[in-house]
Design a protein around this ligand. Structure first.
Ligand code: HSE
Length: 414
């Protein structure tokens, strides 16, 4: 088999893919009689790659790249445009696609898969969620009929890294973010990491696959980690807990709740030990029970390894099945968490004795049972079996008379 490859982008992940292809060439030729050539690499600025061994393959002109009639286009430029236009054009020309582009698939996956179906080409997208964790393939294949009803995921390495560093080393948010950027985990504009948007887009892909419905970012309640400060982290820590950004999807009574939100994780939950850039994805299925996958969710080689896996699947002819799923009109999207759940309320400004009395009275008046006593540097309260909508209503009462107290309600997973 001879495969002509065109690569879009040669940044962190693109250079990792080139390394893996180069490293594996001999063994692929020997074991699979697989021959491949990287014919063209699209970059924005050729000058950045002066004297690179692949300098002669570089182009800044996509149409010129397409004229070489590649069999396989590996798209690693990220973002919506021009990636969307390039991929659609390549599909029309019968070119198979591998992409790590979660932004594009979350926003325009329906259009891209439809076009791929029409032109009988495959789309490999293992690298779009969870970096090196193989999660897309199980969802598409072995777990497809497992009756998945709940997904929990730590799916953004940057946020997990920042929260871990703030917890273990008392780093400030900014210091931890700079470290994540230097390590190549963060997006070029890290706002999409810390705002929760990147997690929401990954959740769209997981939720779409798990529930066979078209889930788009606008259906996902999204809250990032920008509001989490030193006090929040310390309060959780002093109670033996950790704060993590969790993507959550619950299929409930023909409806779907999707959210990305900071959660407080107790020591009994497997996410408690998922730190730094590691991701974890937990699936709950009626037939298989619970499954959890974890691994490096961001960075050069883990993500390149997922792309490489898709490449091997393409070469083995295993990537022919293209995804198809129903539209977004045939299910309701739930705005509130349908499950009675446990919450942690953090009140981070130390209240006066009078304020504290009123806070506790407000909770007890509204039948919020409090499981933990206030700790010295703020209040950390655990309440049980409370629907989110009810909780929000009660909290608004509290804010009315004491707006300067920052109450942060977080789901408690333990
Ligand atoms: N910025 C992303 C993350 C990269 O931190 O998880 C992997 O998608």
């Amino acid at each position: 088999m001879n495969v002509k490859i065109a690569l879009l982008g040669c940044g962190t992940v693109g250079s990792g893919v080139l390394e893996l292809l180069t490293l594996q060439r001999e063994s692929l030729e020997a074991s699979m009689d697989l021959h491949f050539s990287i014919d063209s690499i699209l970059v924005r600025d050729k000058a950045r790659y002066k004297e690179a061994p692949f300098e002669n393959l570089l182009t800044t002109d996509f149409d010129e790249l397409l004229k070489g009639k590649p069999d396989l286009l590996i798209e690693l430029i990220g973002g919506i445009e021009p990636a969307r236009t390039y991929i659609l054009k390549a599909i029309e020309q019968g070119c198979h696609i591998i992409t790590a582009n979660k932004d594009l698939l979350a926003e325009h996956g329906y259009e891209i898969f439809k076009k791929a179906n029409e032109h009988h080409v495959s789309i490999g997208f293992e690298a779009s969620v969870g970096g090196g964790i193989p999660i897309i393939k199980p969802l598409k294949d072995s777990l497809r009929n497992g009756g998945i009803h709940r997904i929990e995921g730590i799916v953004n390495g940057t946020c997990n890294y920042i929260l871990t560093r703030m917890t273990e080393s008392d780093k400030t948010y900014q210091e931890a973010l700079s470290e994540a950027m230097a390590s190549g985990f963060a997006e070029s504009n890290p706002h999409s990491d810390v705002s929760g948007l990147d997690s929401a887009r990954k959740l769209c892909i997981l939720s779409t696959l798990a529930f066979s419905k078209r889930i788009t970012p606008k259906l996902i309640y999204t809250k990032g980690i920008e509001q989490i400060d030193y006090e929040n982290i310390q309060l959780a820590k002093s109670n033996g807990l950790k704060i993590k950004l969790v993507a959550l999807a619950i299929h409930f009574d023909q409806k779907i709740y999707n959210a990305v939100r900071p959660c407080v994780i107790g020591p009994n939950h497997p996410f408690y030990s998922i730190d730094h850039e590691y991701n974890g994805i937990r699936l709950y299925g009626h037939s298989f029970g619970k499954i959890q996958l974890s691994g490096k969710g961001a960075g050069k080689m883990p993500t390149a390894s997922a792309v490489f896996g898709d490449f091997l699947d393409y070469c083995h002819g295993k990537s022919d099945k293209v995804l198809s799923y129903s539209g977004d009109k045939d299910f309701s999207s739930l705005q509130i968490n349908p499950e009675a759940t446990r919450w942690i309320l953090q009140i981070t400004k130390t209240p006066s004795a009078d304020e504290l009395g009123r806070i506790l009275q407000t909770f007890s008046d509204h039948k919020l049972s409090i499981h933990q006593n206030p700790v010295s540097n703020g209040i950390h309260l655990e309440i049980e079996d409370f629907l989110e909508s009810d909780l929000i209503e009660r909290l608004s009462l509290l804010r009315e008379w004491c707006p300067q107290i920052n109450v942060l309600p977080m789901l408690y997973l333990n």
